[in-house]
Write a protein that binds this ligand. Structure first.
Ligand code: MSP
Length: 505
């Protein structure tokens, strides 16, 4: 069982291309492992007990619950449009989550991991972060260089989590398991952060109405990050359904953006240690999507093409493709509408789409759509490519994985140019022509298999044209149809469909 999570997103605005990015990566990995025959549980959701969500609702003049209900629907809609098939969607306003948070809070209070004390400092509602006085200048603005917003002064009786107590144990764990955090630069960042010493973490807010009340003290609510991180275990039943919980926990992969690394790699494991639970196997932090060097976010709206605009113009698969194909996973990714269109037209519409389209056309024209099994000329090469592709995906080098697929596409296109099927046809060399088409179809079939996790719909459309059908979710059939150890006796081609229509602005 492989358990994969995304962050739970703040529903203070519609999902955007940044939040889609993490979710697309999670979906791709889920599909990849399923295609290999693994059982996968993929969790995503929304982080609703946030003050900025409450503020957004107030701006709209509706109740916070009503507001989040609306936005959550938008998230679900977008994920559906992007072909994201999660197994569960956790909302932190759900009772199943609330009772876990309250249980954990009480459990930690009883064992002394949470204690009451006075807190004085600054709070950034946008970043949902407490900032000690020492980090804040005279202007009282958020020290996060991405933010810089005005801070709120907090001087209140509060609850603290004994984070400082876990510093040594965290260091020991990370030193013994350097693979727990990817990429290595993020691992180093976390280790050095812990080495500088950890302070206890304030885990409550008073004079706030929106949030999960602290058990036996309704004057406080649980600090939103303490609440949010627990989604990874509340969704799978902790502590109320321990059989279910043990089936999934520990998570194999927490996928996050680099902005929330410390919460996941410092606070979260310490909370799990306090609960005496095993730690997640891996935390993978990707870089930001940036435009002109600036992080793209819902509040700044830097990308000119919004998810909505993109989905109006392109198939969802083109968005999935672009985000995984661009840059180097783990690093920041410069994205632009021009870059998007260029990749789409060149790689998807021209190289890939044309290959499929002309091979299917020739199959119909020269053989009435029936191409019989012939001598194999490509599988040995394909086996080598597949091994490189597998390595790449398992090491989160998605752009390399895509290039491996593109290399096959280029090879197949070169084969057409070199062997000139139209001339073979004119010269009446039927058997040579059939062998050529057979191998091209085999190549297309195998690349569709590799492409499936990244571009599930296009892969399905391509296979359908080859006369190979499977139902959504029927991974066993899909695996057989795209296996290198199998071939159909005869390809019975279906009608040609343009998979990636060329985009003309
Ligand atoms: N609610 C918290 C997470 C709690 S997890 C227990 C949160 N939410 S968020 O809505 O702000 O989403 C942050 C995440 O969205 C990032 O970690 C990243 O996964 C994704 N991204 C948001 N903007 C992004 C970019 N511009 N680029 C890449 N990913 C970005 O933080």
């Amino acid at each position: 069982m492989i358990y994969i999570t995304t962050p739970i997103y703040y529903p203070n605005a519609e999902p955007h291309i940044g939040t889609a990015y993490t979710t697309i990566v999670a979906d791709t990995l889920t599909r990849y492992y399923r295609l290999r025959g693994e059982e996968v549980f993929f969790l995503t959701g929304t982080d609703e007990n946030s003050l900025k969500v409450d503020k957004a609702a107030k701006r709209e003049g509706i109740s916070t619950k009503q507001y989040v209900d609306q936005i959550v629907e938008r998230f679900k809609e977008y994920w559906e449009k992007l072909d994201i098939k999660y197994d569960d969607f956790i909302r932190t306003t759900e009772e199943r989550h609330r009772r876990t948070v309250q249980y954990v809070f009480k459990y930690m209070m009883e064992r002394g991991y949470i204690y009451r004390s006075h807190y004085e400092g600054w709070y950034c509602v946008h970043c949902e972060t407490f900032w000690p006085k020492s980090k804040v200048g005279t202007e009282h603005r958020c020290p996060n260089p991405e933010c810089g917003r005005e801070l709120q002064w907090v001087g209140e009786e509060n609850y603290f989590f004994k984070l400082s107590e876990f510093a040594d144990k965290l260091l020991e764990t990370y030193e013994a398991n350097p693979d727990m955090i990817f990429p290595e630069s993020r691992y180093n960042e976390v280790v050095s952060f812990i080495k500088h010493g950890l302070e206890d973490q304030c885990v409550s807010r008073s004079s706030v109405q929106w949030g999960i009340p602290i058990p036996d003290d309704p004057t406080h609510v649980v600090y939103v990050w303490f609440d949010a991180l627990l989604n990874y275990i509340s969704a799978i039943g902790y502590p109320y359904d321990m059989d279910r919980f043990r089936k999934y926990w520990p998570a194999d992969l927490h996928l996050i953006g680099k902005d929330i690394l410390r919460f996941h790699a410092v606070i979260w494991p310490a909370m799990l240690m306090a609960l005496n639970l095993p730690l997640p196997r891996k935390i993978v932090a990707h870089g930001w999507l940036v435009s002109g060097g600036q992080k793209i976010s819902k509040s700044r709206g830097g990308f000119q093409l919004t998810l909505k605009d993109l989905l109006q113009r392109f198939p969802a698969d083109a968005i999935r493709y672009y985000l995984l194909r661009e840059g180097s996973f783990g690093q920041d990714l410069e994205v632009s509408p021009e870059g998007f269109i260029e990749r789409y037209n060149r790689e998807l519409a021209n190289d890939w789409g044309n290959l499929v389209s002309r091979v299917i056309s020739m199959g119909h024209k020269y053989f009435k759509g029936m191409i019989s099994k012939s001598e194999d000329k490509i599988k040995a090469d394909f086996v080598r490519v597949k091994a490189r592709y597998d390595n790449a995906i398992q090491e989160y080098r998605f752009s390399v994985a895509v290039q491996e697929i593109l290399d096959i596409v280029y090879q197949l296109n070169a084969m057409v140019e070199r062997e000139r099927p139209w001339e073979l046809n004119r010269a009446g060399k039927r058997s040579q022509l059939e062998t050529l088409l057979w191998n091209l179809l085999e190549g297309i079939r195998l690349t569709a298999g590799l492409a499936y996790p990244i571009m599930p719909t296009s892969s399905k459309i391509i296979l359908k044209q080859l006369g190979l059908n499977f139902d959504e979710g029927d991974y066993r059939t899909l695996r057989e149809l795209t296996s290198v150890n199998w071939s159909p006796q005869t390809y019975t081609l279906a009608q040609k469909v343009i998979v990636f229509p060329r985009y003309q602005p």
